[in-house]
Write a protein that binds this ligand. Structure first.
Ligand code: M6R
Length: 614
C-alpha cells in the first residue's frame, strides 16, 4: 500500500521519481506527488489526486531541476483521495517534507498535543501529524533532522516507511521504517530509495534493506549510515538483486495480468528448477532438508495467509494431510492475530505471501514466534519482510508479479507446497514410492500442460464475451478444487466488479441452490478425479433448475460436454496438481470478462497489490 521513492545524486531527480512512481503504481493510485529541494535550497512540493499521469501533467512547466527529491503514490487510509491528503506532506512552517507508507496509530493523541502548541493542520492524514512532530522536535529540542526523526519515531505507535527532506539541504534524505518495506539502492555516487527494490533495478542492483526500527542517513558523497531507534549504529548488508528490467515491463501484452497468466509455463519451470530432478524425479528442498528435525517433530502445520495466498494454503492443507499425515489448519492471518490461538512450540507455522509484506501475515508470524513455533515462509519477493522474518522458507521464484490480481503466484505457491509435501512425506514414510513418483512426474509435466491450456485462450475470450452481461456467478468445485473455485471467484470479483461466490459443490444444495436461475452462470470444475461422479450430480442439480453451466473438464469428456452448456477442456493431471491447471482458464475468464466490461484490470478500483496496513 502506497509506493515511496527517493533520489539523491547528480542526475535530475524528477524523472527518476516519476519513473519509480510508475513502477510502484500497483501499490496504490489514489493520488501522487513529489517534493524536491531546489538548487537554491527552496522546498518544492507538487501533488494531486489521481494517477502518476495526472501528476506528470500537473508538473508541466514547473521548475523541477533538483537533484534530490522524494515521491509517493497513495492508497488512501486516513482521509479521502484528494489534493490536500496527497503526499508529500510538509510541516506547518514549510521547512520539511515527508512521504509515508503505513499507519500512525496514535496520531490523534499526537495531533491534539501539537495543536495545543499551535500547529495548524491542512489534511486529515495521520502522516501530516508525523511530519509536524518531527519539525516540532527539531525546533524545540534543537537537534538535526536525523535526530529529530529518531526521537519522533520513539513516540510513534504504528507502521511506517518514511523519507524526509528539508529546506536548505540539497544533499540528505532521512529514511526510516517499521513494519513497512524500504530498500535503498546504492549507485555510483547516488542513492535510490523505494518501497520495492524492483522499482529501482534499472539504476542499481545493489540493495540495502532497512530493518525494522532503523533510521538511515542517505547523503550525497557519503557512505550510507543506519542507526537503530536507540541510536546504535546498525550493520549494513548489501544484497545483489537478480532481476532484469524486462521482468518489470509488459513485454508486448496489453496488461501485466495477461503477461503474468501467460508466463506460467515458464514460472513453473523456474519454481521447480534445482528442486525436482528431471531424470530421477527426486525432490530436494533445502528448507525441509536443513530443518528436518523441526518438520519430523511437528505436532501440526498451521498456514497463515490472506486472499489468494489463503486459497493456495487450503490446497496446502490437503497436500500435507494426505501426503505427510500431519494435522493441518489454515487461518486468515487477519483473524488469527486477533484471537488467542492455541500454539505450541512444536507447531510449524507456514506464512504464505506473494509480496512478503502483508501486514496481517507479518503480525501472525510475530504471534507464532512468541509461542516458540517454527515459522516457515513461502514468498515470492526476495528479501521481503516475511522472507527475512521467518526461520526458514522456500521462494516460489515466479518473478515480479505486478498485476493486482494474483495469478502466477498462486500456481507457484501450490507448486512449492506440493514439493514440500513430497519431500516431507518421503522422509516421514507416509508416501508410497509410486505416489511419490506420480506426483513428482506430475510436477515436471505441468509446463507443457499449461502451454496447452493457454493455447485455448481465444476460446475462453469468446466465452467471456457471452457472459459479460452476468451480474452474479457461482463457482463450484470439490476436494482440491474447492479452493480453486474460491480463487476463480475472487479473480472475477476483484477485476470485473461482478459478484461471484466460490462454493464446495456439494454444499450448494444447503442454500445457494436457491440462487440458481438462467441469469446466474455456474462455473463448475469437474476434472476426472475422485469426486468426479459426485460433482457431476451437482452440475445436474444446477441444470435441473434452469441454470447455465460452464464446465471446466478433462479433455474429451463427452459426458460433461452433454450436460454443460459450455465447456473449457483442460489436460488431466495428478489430482493434487489439478488446481494448478484449472486455475489458469479461470484467470483468463476473469481477465476477458473484465476487459469486455471496460475495467482497468491491472489497477482495479479500491485495491492495491500489497496490503501493508491492517
Ligand atoms: O502478498 P500476499 O500474497 O500476502 O497478498 C495477499 C492478498 O492481499 C492477495 O492475494 C490479494 O487477495 C490479491 N489481490 C488477490 O488477487
Amino acid at each position: 500500500m502506497c509506493g515511496i521513492v527517493g533520489y539523491v545524486g547528480d542526475r535530475q531527480a524528477c524523472p527518476i521519481l516519476l519513473g519509480g512512481l510508475r513502477r510502484l503504481e500497483y501499490r496504490g493510485y489514489d493520488s501522487a506527488g513529489v517534493a524536491m529541494v531546489m538548487p537554491d535550497g527552496d522546498l518544492a512540493v507538487y501533488k494531486c489526486k489521481g494517477k502518476v499521469d495526472a501528476l506528470e501533467k500537473y508538473l508541466d512547466g514547473k521548475a523541477t531541476d533538483a537533484t534530490i527529491g522524494i515521491g509517493h503514490t497513495r492508497w488512501a487510509t486516513h482521509g479521502e483521495p484528494n489534493d490536500t491528503n496527497a503526499h508529500p506532506h510538509y510541516s506547518a512552517d514549510g521547512r520539511i517534507a515527508m512521504i509515508h507508507n503505513g499507519i500512525i496509530e496514535n496520531y490523534r493523541v499526537l495531533k491534539e498535543a501539537l495543536q495545543a502548541h499551535g500547529v495548524v493542520f491542512r489534511s486529515e492524514t495521520d502522516s501530516e501529524v508525523l511530519v509536524n512532530l518531527i519539525e516540532y522536535i527539531r525546533t524545540t529540542e534543537g537537534c538535526d533532522l536525523a535526530e529529530a526523526v529518531r526521537r519522533s519515531l520513539k513516540r510513534v505507535v504504528g507502521a511506517y516507511a518514511i523519507a524526509v527532506i528539508e529546506r536548505g539541504n540539497t544533499d540528505r534524505i532521512i529514511a526510516a521504517r517499521q513494519s513497512s518495506p524500504m530498500a535503498i539502492g546504492i549507485g555510483n555516487g547516488e542513492y535510490f530509495i523505494s518501497s520495492d527494490a524492483s522499482s529501482i533495478v534499472e539504476y542499481t542492483q545493489d540493495i540495502v534493506y532497512v530493518g525494522d526500527g532503523e533510521v538511515a542517513v542517505v547523503e550525497r558523497g557519503k557512505a550510507l549510515q543506519v542507526f537503530t531507534l536507540d541510536n546504535q549504529e546498525a550493520d549494513i548488508q548489501v544484497t545483489r538483486l537478480d532481476l532484469s528490467i524486462s521482468d518489470l515491463e509488459r513485454g508486448g501484452y496489453p496488461h501485466f495480468m495477461l503477461k503474468e497468466i501467460n508466463e506460467q509455463p515458464r514460472t513453473i519451470v523456474d519454481c521447480i528448477r534445482g528442486r525436482v530432478n528431471p531424470d530421477t524425479g527426486q525432490v530436494i528442498l533445502s528448507g525441509i532438508r536443513d530443518n528436518i528435525d523441526r518438520w519430523l517433530g511437528a505436532r501440526r502445520v498451521i498456514f497463515v495467509a490472506c486472499g489468494t495466498s489463503w486459497h493456495a494454503s487450503l490446497i496446502g492443507k490437503q497436500l500435507f494431510e494426505s501426503m505427510c499425515r500431519i494435522p493441518a489448519e489454515v487461518e486468515y492471518a487477519s483473524e488469527f492475530r486477533y484471537r488467542r490461538p492455541v500454539l505450541f512450540p512444536d507447531d510449524v507455522v507456514i506464512a504464505v505471501s506473494q509480496s512478503g509484506e502483508t501486514a496481517d501475515t507479518l503480525a501472525a508470524i510475530a504471534l507464532a514466534r512468541e509461542a516458540g513455533a517454527f515459522v516457515y515462509g513461502i514468498c515470492n519477493v526476495i528479501g521481503s519482510s516475511i522472507a527475512r522474518g521467518t526461520d526458514s522458507g522456500t521462494y516460489i521464484h515466479v518473478g515480479p508479479e505486478i498485476g493486482v490480481a494474483s495469478t502466477k503466484a498462486f500456481t507457484g505457491q501450490v507448486t512449492v507446497m506440493a514439493m514440500m509435501a513430497l519431500a516431507l512425506g518421503e522422509r516421514k514414510g507416509t508416501l508410497s514410492a509410486a505416489q511419490y513418483a506420480e506426483v513428482s512426474r506430475g510436477l515436471l509435466a505441468l509446463p507443457d500442460q499449461l502451454r496447452e491450456v493457454l493455447s485455448h485462450s481465444e476460446q475462453i475470450a469468446d466465452l467471456a464475451k457471452i457472459f459479460t452481461y452476468a451480474r452474479n456467478f457461482i463457482y463450484l468445485g470439490r476436494g482440491y478444487n474447492y479452493p480453486t473455485a474460491l480463487e476463480g471467484a475472487l479473480k472475477l470479483k476483484e477485476i470485473s466488479y461482478v459478484h461471484a461466490e466460490g462454493y464446495p459443490a456439494a454444499e450448494m444444495k444447503h442454500g445457494p441452490i436457491a440462487l440458481i436461475d438462467a441469469e446466474m452462470p455456474t462455473v463448475a470444475i469437474v476434472p476426472h478425479d475422485s469426486t468426479y461422479e459426485k460433482t457431476l450430480s451437482n452440475v445436474e442439480e444446477v441444470k435441473a433448475r434452469g441454470g447455465k453451466v460452464i464446465a471446466v473438464m478433462a479433455r474429451g469428456d463427452e459426458m460433461v460436454r452433454r450436460i454443460a452448456d459450455y465447456v473449457i477442456e483442460v489436460p488431466s493431471a495428478v489430482e493434487c496438481l489439478q488446481p494448478i491447471i484449472v486455475s489458469v482458464p479461470l484467470q483468463l475468464l476473469a481477465y476477458y470478462i473484465a476487459i469486455y466490461k471496460g475495467r482497468n484490470v491491472d489497477q482495479p478500483r479500491n485495491l492495491a497489490k500489497s496490503v501493508t496496513v491492517e
